[in-house]
Write a protein that binds this ligand. Structure first.
Ligand SMILES: [Zn+2]
Ligand SMILES: [Zn+2]
Length: 345
């Protein structure tokens, strides 16, 4: 099968060689509780860029990235009862969790110490076929197309989780810093679920600010601009520190900043030295990170989208251009919505 293989992480900006290599590798075999999925679409996420460039390390190389996978079941293991050949399914970042620890048993499988990820701990969907545990796949509602479903599986699901962690109530002003694949879905989610909440978007690129206003943001400004009102909650989806510091200053008393990033860049970590207790933290302002997603988050996101509450804006590229897709994500060029690799039809 064709696969975009990561043999060794390297910068996507490297002149000599891109991190991913189009390769011909054997179709993986299914184990007892797994399904083999013929991939039709795979979303491109900032975490894929972190894996490709080595900021998020895989336990072994080569590895196939990609954790927003849509396709059809091509084979099932002997122990599988809940999926059949031909079923249309999705695979998300959560590849597996132990199922018995403190966190798994209380529905917080995203925090499981044995959490394994798709496209990093296990091979992902930048390939024609991928295997997954059957109980970690999701039936795709008929109302959704393959291409528009892909970004829902991470950008959408993590957006769903982030929004839940804000504790927002309808009418509370919400802020979003960064307006990429996840931000544009969080905005739509927030507008459907909290129709009376005004939404302020902070983004560096004028194109992203214009896109945010098109999608119904009340206000859009640069990272350092002041929003029209203080905010009850802010969701940060940037790789940087500056937006964290800036946004804490815009939180109202008791407000919460939810940081949705696996890794933050070291290049602007000095911004944290500007942190002033009275301006940024006092008055019970909180900071909370978001880690991974649960299966319940993914299912809820798919259902909500199928009911018409969420439609990703998608730009499609062929599988073999995965390096370009990642490089574009790493550059400051504005992408409208999410990038999805079209793998096979
Ligand atoms: Zn566990
Ligand atoms: Zn992701």
């Amino acid at each position: 099968m064709r696969a975009m293989l990561l043999r060794q992480p390297r910068p996507t900006t490297s002149e000599e060689m891109s991190p991913l290599e189009l390769s011909d590798v054997p179709v993986p075999e299914v184990n007892e509780n797994e399904v083999l999925v013929r991939v039709s679409a795979c979303g491109v996420c900032r975490t894929d860029l972190d894996v490709a460039e080595g900021r998020v390390e895989a336990p072994r190389y080569p590895v196939i990235p990609g954790h927003q996978v849509v396709g059809r079941v091509a084979a099932v293991g002997r122990g599988v009862t809940q999926r059949r050949e031909g079923d249309r399914v999705g695979i998300a970042w959560i590849h597996s969790a132990c199922g018995v620890c403190r966190w798994c048993t209380r529905g917080e499988e995203n925090l499981c110490p044995y959490f394994e990820s798709t496209g990093c701990d296990a091979n992902g969907g930048y390939a024609e076929f991928v295997t997954a545990r059957a109980d970690f796949t999701y039936p795709i509602p008929p109302a959704l197309s393959d291409l528009e479903t892909a970004p829902l599986l991470c950008a959408g699901a993590i957006g769903w989780r982030s929004l839940r962690l804000t504790g927002l109530e309808d009418g509370d002003p919400l802020g979003l810093t960064g307006f990429g694949a996840s931000g544009h879905l969080v905005l739509q989610l927030a507008r459907s679920r909290f129709p009376r909440s005004p939404i302020s978007v902070f983004a560096r690129s004028p194109g992203e600010r214009a896109f945010a206003l098109e999608l119904g943001a009340t206000w859009a400004g640069d990272t350092a601009d002041a929003p029209p009102t203080q905010l009850a909650a802010i969701i940060d989806t940037t790789p940087a520190w500056k937006p964290v510091v800036e946004s804490l200053a815009h939180l109202m008393p008791g407000g919460r900043l939810v940081v949705n990033a696996i890794r933050k860049s070291r290049s602007d970590q000095h911004e944290l030295e500007r942190l002033d207790y009275a301006t940024h933290l006092w008055m019970e302002r909180e900071v909370k990170s978001v880690a991974n997603v649960t299966r319940a988050d993914v299912r809820a996101t798919l259902e909500f989208a199928a009911d018409g509450g969420l439609r990703p804006t998608v730009e499609t590229m062929p599988l073999e251009r995965a390096n370009d897709a990642l490089a574009r994500l790493g550059s400051s060029s504005a992408i409208r919505g999410a990038t999805v690799l079209a793998v096979s039809s």
